[in-house]
Design a protein around this ligand. Structure first.
Ligand code: SF4
Ligand code: SF4
Length: 377
């Protein structure tokens, strides 16, 4: 396993982090249940293989993850860094405290190393977290008492808002967790800014599918002959960005864990030539799929609120890279989360305005219709 300095914390973290959101399951009476014993075994194996950063959250694995992680790490609690999250439901400091106390109980620990404001955006940061005697005021107290060792946030918003949140945070954040992968590099500038402020960077979803082990021959073929698997390419891509410290992977079985550890133990960052080759392959794949949207946005704005290039990006996840579940999950977010505050393809009235402006001459209306058929569930 390789280790790096984690921002300005003075801590060295393993480059692979264990995301405890897909722990082992079994079937009983047609229901999926989480297997605590196997989960503990897997997490402990992760530690034996060198992972020292474990990330969980109150609702992961149908709210069993924190308890399983707490039991698993008990024998080596002081040798690892534990990360969990507080969902910011409102501006109440008391509610924030209760949720923190509940996490401490479930994890059976007296401190959390990296405690995240969970899935925040600029609006929730300004209006809830920063409220008088709200979550920000409370976390500072917990921090002074040593219960929260480092204050962190996980980010789900428009990329430009990451920088704004960091600036408004006035130096309290020591790490952040955000999306960044081969297929979604939209947070690149925010990550660079954060790193310059000394913030440790953890990325989730190193492969679009959310797990490094997700097999996608189309992804592995972006660099033919140079990588064994999509997991390896995804990891190498992430670590070629010098601003990134940890790739967090949700691992649900031993095979996935061992493969990811093997890759993280021998990271060869991509060369400039390899990065160029990948960029060219990404473009070529989209062109071959007949959906070569350059993301130029000349078609925007759509008078009916459809975000055409964003929707085509999601369609490519399905059509080109065959990570269809991920595409569907993201498509379902449209109109329901702040960072996808637009309409999905069903809102297209077929007025045709966009097609007149598209330099690629894409049959936008037809492709939107196809996209909705495939991704709407
Ligand atoms: S054709 Fe559809 S997507 Fe294009 S501008 Fe009209 S409503 Fe918007
Ligand atoms: S104008 Fe065409 S190529 Fe540009 S973003 Fe819109 S659909 Fe894509």
């Amino acid at each position: 396993m390789q280790y790096v300095e984690f921002g300005k914390t003075g801590i060295k973290v393993s480059r692979l982090g264990f995301g405890a959101m897909r722990l082992p399951t079994y079937q009983k009476d047609n229901k999926t249940c989480f297997d605590e014993d196997k989960g503990i075994e897997l997490l402990r194996r992760g530690y034996e293989l060198g992972i020292n950063y474990f990330d969980t959250a109150p609702t992961y694995c149908e709210s069993t993850s924190e308890v399983t992680v707490g039991k698993a790490i008990k024998p080596f609690r002081d040798k690892i860094y534990l990360s969990t999250k507080n969902p910011i439901e409102n501006a109440s400091g008391d509610d924030y405290d209760k949720r923190l106390e509940n996490s401490l109980k479930r994890l059976d620990t007296d401190h959390i190393d990296f405690y995240h404001f969970w899935g925040i955006n600029l609006d929730s940061f300004v209006n809830k977290i920063c409220a008088p005697d709200g979550p920000l005021a409370r976390v500072k107290k917990w921090n002074e008492q040593g219960v929260v060792r480092h204050i962190s946030f996980s980010f789900h918003d428009k990329p430009e808002h990451m920088i704004e949140i960091i600036k408004r945070g006035e130096g309290i954040f020591e790490s952040l967790l955000c999306q960044y992968n081969l297929l979604d590099q939209s947070n690149t500038a925010g990550i660079e800014f954060a790193r310059k402020q000394g913030i440790g960077i953890v990325v989730m979803g190193p492969v679009g599918g959310g797990r490094l082990g997700a097999p996608s021959p189309a992804i592995a073929a972006l660099l033919p002959g140079k990588v064994q698997s999509s997991a390896e390419l995804a990891m190498r891509f992430v670590f070629s960005n010098p601003n990134i410290n940890i790739a967090l992977s949700g691992m649900g079985n031993l095979k996935m864990l061992e493969e990811n550890v093997a890759t993280a133990s021998n990271i060869q960052p991509l060369t400039a030539d390899e990065q160029e080759q990948i960029a060219a392959s990404l473009q070529e794949n989209e062109r071959l799929a007949g959906l070569y949207c350059t993301g130029c946005k000349y078609c925007m704005p759509c008078p009916f609120g459809v975000n055409i290039p964003e929707i085509f990006t999601l369609m490519n996840y399905h059509r080109v890279y065959k990570i269809t579940d991920y595409a569907k999950e993201n498509y379902a977010q449209i109109g329901n989360v702040p960072w996808r505050d637009y309409k999905n393809a069903a809102a297209c009235t077929k007025c045709g305005t966009c097609e007149e402006k598209c330099p690629q001459k894409l049959p936008i209306r037809k492709q939107l219709e196809e996209t909705h058929k495939v991704l709407a569930v």
